[in-house]
Design a protein around this ligand. Sequence first.
Ligand code: BGC
Length: 249
Amino acid sequence: MQTNNILGIDVGASGIKGAIVDLEIGDLTTERLKLDTPQPSNTTAMAETVAELVRQIGYEGELIGCGFPAVVKKGVSHSAANIDDSWKGANIEEIFSRATGKRVLAVNDADAAGLAEMKYGKGKGLKGSVLLITIGSGLGSALFTNGHLVQNTEFGHCNLHDGIAEHYVSNLARKRHDMSWEVFGLRFNEFLEMIERTVNPDLIILGGGVSNRYELFSEWISIETEVTTAEMFNNAGIVGAAQYAFENQ
Ligand code: BGC
């Protein structure tokens, strides 16, 4: 059994972040370290970067939790939307364990963020259906019913305007198409309308890099469902990854 201090790593399409997490309080005990995601982000290059991150943090524990931007089943990546194709079918846990010499447990990145937000943030103690949406390079989702996670939902991959939603509205799409916050807000509202029609959550929590700029586009969000921002903002992914590893070791 590990102590309550576990290294959490949040692998993203543009950055790989990590810190040691105190799970008693759900907060970081070391400064958050971020290394650029290698391009191309193939399995070999990513493994080297993750190992470098662990070295730089100086982590001496044995267990690492890793949030990963893909469908993750039994440690294996089943998709590769914003990362290199070599990840399709690759065993994240084996690859990162070999590279770091530690035991790595992997979970979808949005699911990790959701786990943390439900335990320590805005979702704490909430019953009913709560949906966390992360807005970053992609659109991630984590659905909870009475506090239980339905793993690997991919609402960002639902169809919207003849393509997948995250190509129409994500932070990457905003930058690529030089969208004003008004255009971004209106598009994001369309995405939320689709979520409302199909999922009917009681609460939607926005997380990920863009969530701390919600005031820039909130005026265009007009769905009936209550929408709020994550309390843990960008640290949720790291905390939730550590929490997942601790609870599943
Ligand atoms: C991926 C999801 C991931 C999300 C956020 C999407 O492109 O398909 O698995 O959770 O990006 O990183």
